[in-house]
Ligand binder design. Structure first.
Ligand code: SF4
Length: 225
């Protein structure tokens, strides 16, 4: 097991112990929340660990597993660690094994969607013809320099916490406009102004919220995680 150089070696074991404890407490109390989602950004350097990641998720009692694509569109430095096309067959094989394990243990996962994006260039905005985007209430992306974006695919900042309080930014007209547009994404052209929705990686969170808000709507029965 390799650990990031900035992290103490036993941090991983402590984290694992705590996550197992969380799963045990949920079982003991017979509750399903808080849900635990493990997210792995797939790059060339970790593609041999795709199955290990699924096994780890099972071991610690996670609820959901997400594999996500590297976002290098706005940072070409990341291109060198993006998976090479030659490696796509191997990634597919590993992920199909991971999917089989996760499904057999009842863990939600996005492997089908991940693979269709990787191999077939599947347009994720198809999902947003059926559901809304709720990210404006779920999430905020604050960069190290204080710039605030409503979503990690936004390229238009909505404020700067060095100049304005987070509360003011969160309640600002611009943020409200973003929420309104994102909520109506399924009735619009499929994009929210200032966001690269075609590369959205937040669709799983949005699908979960949509299912919670529309539990009886048959339309969404096909939206498997
Ligand atoms: S990329 Fe678009 S659809 Fe995805 S979370 Fe951001 S605003 Fe919503």
């Amino acid at each position: 097991m390799k650990t990031h150089p900035g992290i103490k070696e036993n941090t991983f074991e402590t984290l694992k112990k705590n996550l197992i404890y969380l799963a045990e407490r949920k079982t003991a109390l017979n509750i399903n929340t808080p849900e635990l989602t493990l997210v792995m950004v797939v790059i060339d350097r970790n593609m041999e660990d795709l199955m290990n990641f699924a096994e780890f998720a099972v071991e610690i009692g996670a609820d959901n597993v997400e594999y996500i694509h590297l976002r290098y569109k706005y940072n070409s430095d990341l291109l060198e660690i993006a998976p090479a096309k030659d490696h796509f067959p191997m990634i597919k094989n590993e992920l199909l094994k991971a999917k089989s394990l996760l499904n057999s243990k009842g863990l939600n996962n996005n492997i089908d969607i991940f693979l269709s994006q990787l191999l077939e260039n599947h347009n994720i905005t198809e999902i947003y013809k059926k559901i809304s985007c709720y990210v404006g209430w779920l999430y905020v992306y604050v960069q190290a320099n204080g710039t605030v974006y409503p979503c990690c695919h936004s390229y238009v900042p909505l404020g700067d916490i060095n100049k304005t309080s987070m509360e003011q930014i969160w309640n600002s007209t611009a943020y409200q406009k973003f929420r309104k547009q994102a909520l109506a994404i399924n009735r619009s052209k499929g994009f929210v102004d200032g966001c690269n929705c075609a590369e959205c990686q937040n669709y799983l969170a949005n699908m979960r919220v949509h299912k919670m808000l529309h539990p009886l709507n048959a339309l969404y029965k096909n939206l498997k995680l």
